[in-house]
Design a protein around this ligand. Structure first.
Ligand SMILES: [Fe+2]
Length: 245
């Protein structure tokens, strides 16, 4: 698991795909436990020559060469309390400005350089959406783009398809299906189990608020890009779970 450089080694991943102009996704993997590998994505935003890496995933040497052809990694963004195992590697390799929510401490001890929201954001034409209800900090970016708003989520909204299952281990595939991950714009079942208050209200107010935001596409740390119907699909999910939306 640990490479010679002292950081977790790169796990299998796909190519860097330009999903929207200057918005890239890498479909990677994450080993949760022995025999349990699941799909996990990184998003890369480019402005001029500057790259902002969101929910980092360490790449192979070939992947890094492709990343470096895109531009220079200037910013590293951690949007929640769960993803971030590869942040120390990116911090050491590229010396980016490291952005996190103000109340988020990195388990490795990696210190934040800037706080999302309080110190602005590393990318222009973007807004930060902070969930208020989870027991562990969680947020998302919303990018204002000519092709329609793009919700960049981590664990909150996921969009698992058969293509995402294909990169999971056998046990990962079974667990993903059994836990109800499959389907468009799902609220992460594992995240709900871990972080949703059991008070009869749960995440409902956060998702009512999120549905007021302006977006039509979804890029998530889990699942495939969802184009055009992200808000409608999320509204259907919220209605099914909470009876509102
Ligand atoms: Fe996750």
């Amino acid at each position: 698991m640990i490479a010679d450089d002292g950081f977790p080694h790169a796990l299998p991943h796909g190519p860097i795909e330009e999903v929207f102009p200057d918005v890239f996704v890498v479909r990677g993997t994450f080993r949760m436990a022995p025999l349990v590998t699941i799909a996990r994505n990184m998003t890369i935003l480019r402005e001029g020559e500057d790259l902002t890496v969101v929910t980092s995933v360490r790449l192979s040497a070939e992947g890094e060469a492709a990343l470096e052809r895109l531009g220079t990694v200037r910013h590293l963004v951690r949007l929640n309390g769960h993803h971030g195992i590869d942040d120390p590697y990116y911090a050491a390799k590229y010396k980016p400005t490291f952005w996190t929510l103000p109340n988020l401490k990195h388990p490795s001890g990696l210190a934040s350089d800037r706080h999302l929201g309080a110190d602005g954001l590393p990318v222009s034409n973007a807004r930060l959406f902070v969930f208020e209800r989870p027991t562990v900090p969680e947020s998302a970016l919303i990018l204002d783009r000519p092709e329609g708003g793009i919700l960049c989520a981590v664990d909150s909204v996921q969009n698992w398809t058969e293509a995402d299952l294909a990169v999971c281990s056998f046990v990962g595939r079974i667990a993903t299906r059994l836990m109800g991950f499959m389907g468009p714009a799902k609220i992460g079942p594992g995240w709900r189990r871990l972080c949703e208050p059991k008070d009869g209200v749960g995440f409902r107010p956060d998702f009512e608020r999120l549905l007021q935001e302006d977006f039509v596409h979804l890029l998530s740390a889990h699942g495939s890009p969802l184009r055009g119907s992200a808000k409608d699909d999320l509204r259907a999910t919220v209605r099914r779970l909470y009876g509102v939306g």
